[in-house]
Design a protein around this ligand. Structure first.
Ligand code: SAH
Length: 685
């Protein structure tokens, strides 16, 4: 994973690799959030006024259930147990959902399906909310963006705006609804899809859900808002520990929507986990809910934790026309999401599960391949990655099962999954074990045992100074409001306790250790601390990767020839070395000179016997080059790579254009090169 620029102790923040930032800072909105619930619209009443006199009723109406239905359910179950009310409402609305075109919606799992064809919410209320909630414009027209954000296709909205002008949003909405109702039925779309050729795919191929996500992705000018959040911290006073809970809730909803969850899932998670819960906690809740739902359903239990897969409603529109040519989208096209818990095909610390998988024919090696990227990428990204990589399903793993820090990643590989083993000694798995000196100062109210994903940048000295000064005002425990604020900052910046009231960001050495690299791996030779954090923040977690690679050891007792794309600071190389797999020839392709130097220096320090060839740019690696290497080495045994995730991860996806983003599209180079290697090697056989 790559980041752009990182900065230490300054306001210049890079969040590129940060897929698990706990507090998302999307632009504030003026949505009113009824106690503990993210407002997503109301069918009957305004979101802010209490019309019924019952707050509980209003809260549920605020979530989009009809007032009558809520009143009925409250009569049935009383007001006390909101969980039961919510569950009953969801059951009712699930069975009663009606599309505008009179057909009920199939295959959705929640009651709030926001698309051009189905509105459980009164359209005008929804429109008002969306107009209020959307702030950034990618097209230049806010009105266009807002309607696209509602799920209408951009093409259709542009056409209607051209027809009616931008002023009268009511007319635009009505016309869009009419057009949507006139659109072909899903069955007809399916037939069209099956007969269409890839090159002809157009804007309308994107499902409303995906469009919604895409708009959500674009509508957050995250970086700006995050930086202003940061200066808020600097202007922190006791009275403003929690600045704006409503916008904070909406920010979290938007963060979850951007990850591909529905607003309903997000709202329910916030309601259940509480307003103060972090985005990571909320995603965990959603995973858990999904998992228990699966367990409760009539379906037989999966024998292993497979990624959750949903049928896509329409075409996938993520690939550029050029790249679409690889495969025709079929009705079987699926949407892949990480499962809960994120333990892939097993981790050493969880009870062993008997797992079998059958690889698609085209995926079977040699060469073996191993591709990595952030697990919580925008909707559709993993389906595309998987489709390109020979339909191998990603294995999603959170490195918190291997070490004391979270790192949620997806890995697509064609290794056997039986008989894996971990690197020994097993690394410490709690913060206090990993950094024992912190234990003495750790307050009981800081309940963290794991760090969040290690990032490319760290919290500022100014921040830790302000926290210290605030905490010094209290002799005993600070009030819960202050505790919450401090904890949020601790989680956001991975701060640890190093003295009384004294928090500090992790040292680069500590990050190295947590990620499984040797001490001083990134240190010295003119490498700045900033560069160290950046390179480490983007790297593999060595223990996790080694666990997957361990199966190669018996297969290659004499060592391997490795093609290492986007090699960074050599996470894969270090993992193989620590497993005791000799590195015969390594072709490492890495753009950053700092990183190339780090890998070269590690190579020399570890007295490697093989050859290290380093190249700069994957885009320059063509068939001739590969042919030459393959002839010389007799083929590559393994092609590893984790392409940059700048446009996929974190809350400040500057241009959250998914796999088509400038850096993220380098995934296609991984695929191109792997496919060439496979091709050349099979030709040579
Ligand atoms: N897996 C690596 C890190 C991958 S991060 C590790 O363990 O350290 C992605 C890497 O891709 C970054 O180091 C970035 O510098 C590199 N990169 C970005 N563009 C590239 C390009 N065009 N060619 C080669 N490397 C590139």
């Amino acid at each position: 994973m790559d980041g752009n620029n990182s900065d230490v102790d300054s306001d210049n923040i890079d969040w590129d690799t940060e897929d698990e930032l706990e507090i998302a800072n999307y632009p504030s909105t003026c949505l009113t959030v009824p106690a503990g619930v993210a407002a997503i619209g109301s069918a009957e009443v305004s979101t802010s006024a209490s019309s019924s006199g019952s707050k509980i009723l209003d809260n549920f109406v605020g979530m989009g259930f009809s007032a009558k239905m809520v009143a009925d359910v409250i009569q049935e179950h009383g007001e006390e147990n909101t969980d039961t009310i919510l569950q009953t409402l969801l059951t009712y609305s699930h069975s009663n959902r009606i599309c505008l075109d009179g057909k009920s919606i199939k295959g959705t799992s929640n009651g709030f399906f926001v698309s051009s064809k189905s509105f459980p919410l009164r359209p005008q209320a929804l429109l008002t909310l969306l107009l209020a909630g959307s702030s950034a414009s990618s097209s230049g027209s806010k009105v266009l963006d807002n309607f696209v954000g509602m799920g209408f296709s951009e093409k259709m909205v542009s056409k209607v705006i051209q027809e009616h002008g931008e002023e009268n949003t009511d007319t635009i909405l009505e016309t869009l609804l009419t057009y949507s109702a006139l659109e072909t039925s899903p069955e007809e779309q399916q037939t069209e899809r099956d007969t269409s050729t890839e090159g002809q795919q157009t804007e309308r191929d994107t499902s409303p859900d995906e469009q919604q996500t895409e708009r959500d992705n674009f509508s957050s000018d995250y970086e700006g808002s995050f930086l202003s959040g940061f200066s808020d911290i600097d202007g922190f006073s006791d009275d403003e520990v929690i600045a704006n809970p409503n916008s904070d809730v909406e920010n979290k909803v938007m963060a979850l929507v951007a990850m591909g969850y529905s607003r309903a899932e997000a709202s329910i998670a916030i309601e259940r986990c509480g307003l103060d819960s972090t985005v990571a906690e909320l995603t965990d809740f959603i995973y858990a809910a999904q998992a228990s739902k699966e367990a409760d359903s009539d379906y037989p239990l999966e024998v292993h934790p497979r990624p959750r897969i949903e049928k896509k409603k329409r075409f996938d529109c993520e690939m550029s026309t050029k790249k679409k040519q690889r495969r025709v989208m079929t009705g079987d096209d699926e949407l892949i999401r990480p499962p809960y818990p994120m333990i892939g095909y097993g981790v050493p610390t969880e009870p062993f599960q008997q797992v079998r998988r059958t690889l698609p024919e085209a995926a079977i090696g040699p060469p073996y391949f191993y591709y990595e990227n952030v697990a919580l990428a925008p909707k559709g990204v993993w389906s595309t990655i998987s489709r390109f990589l020979y339909d191998v399903e990603p294995e999603f793993v959170d490195s918190k099962y291997f070490c004391a820090a979270a790192r949620k990643r997806g890995y697509v590989h064609n290794f056997p999954i039986e008989n894996r083993y971990p690197l020994l000694p097993l690394p410490p798995r709690t913060i206090n074990e990993a950094i024992p000196l912190t234990k003495k100062w750790w307050p009981s109210w800081d309940t963290r045992t794991k760090l969040n994903c290690l990032q490319t940048c760290i919290g500022s000295a100014k921040l830790t100074e302000r926290i210290r000064k605030t905490l010094e005002k209290y002799n005993d425990e600070p009030p819960s409001k202050v505790q919450k604020y401090v904890l949020e900052e601790c989680r956001r910046w991975n701060l640890v306790w190093v003295g009384r009231n004294k928090l500090a960001p992790l040292e680069p050495d500590e990050v190295e250790m947590l990620l499984g690299f040797p001490r001083n791996h990134t240190r010295g030779g003119g490498i700045s601390r900033t560069d160290r954090y950046k390179s480490l923040g983007n790297s593999f977690q060595v223990d996790t990767v080694a666990y997957h690679l361990s199966v190669l050891k018996d297969m290659y007792p004499n060592g391997i020839n490795l093609l290492s794309l986007f090699s960074g600071i050599g996470g894969a190389e270090v993992a193989l070395h620590r497993l005791g797999i000799p590195l015969k020839n390594v072709v490492s392709v890495e753009k950053s000179e700092v990183n190339r130097n780090i890998l070269r220096s590690w190579w020399e320090q570890t007295n490697q016997k093989g050859n290290l060839i380093d190249l700069e740019d994957v885009q320059q690696l063509n068939a001739d080059c590969l042919d030459e290497f393959i002839t010389k080495f007799g083929g590559f045994d393994l092609v590893v790579g984790g392409s940059p995730c700048n446009n996929l991860a974190g809350s400040n996806r500057h241009h959250r254009d998914g796999l088509e983003g400038k850096e993220s599209s380098l995934f296609y180079d991984y695929f191109r090169i792997l496919d060439l290697v496979k091709c050349i090697m099979s030709r040579d056989q």
